[in-house]
Design a protein around this ligand. Sequence first.
Ligand code: AMP
Ligand code: ZN
Length: 138
Amino acid sequence: MNNDCIFCKIAKGEIPSYKVYEDENTFVFLDIANDFYGHTLVIPKKHVKSIVEADEKTMLNVFKTVQLISNHYIKNCGFSGVNIVNNCGESAGQTVMHFHIHIFPRKENDLGEVGWKQENISELKLDDLIKQLKYTKM
Ligand code: AMP
Ligand code: ZN
């Protein structure tokens, strides 16, 4: 628990939320941004700043719940797909520094657009890019 963290307070019920689901380790609630129909957040109850700082157990708990709720939305709530998004770090648009996964439930021909700008990266650039990004596990 981080006393200055709004999502810790939501997970503890100290701040009201539109709760979708809760279990021992995770909490799921509607995003109040009012930007996308069904926009949902999945958080660990444990305070972890971001996905890169999350321990293995927290990752497992969060993604199990992401899968559970995605299945629920698709099987029981009239949606046919989901976009799953994580913003990690301020440059990536993270505004709440408590690890969270966004679920955007989708329907055919809905009005939603979750995506990124097309940059048309040439094959030449991919040659450079792979040198920068290739990872070999130690
Ligand atoms: P991010 O930009 O990835 O850090 O996402 C943070 C999200 O938290 C935004 O989409 C906000 O709309 C949402 N948010 C902030 N405060 C609350 C709150 N009290 N209840 C529900 N969602 C919130
Ligand atoms: Zn927190």
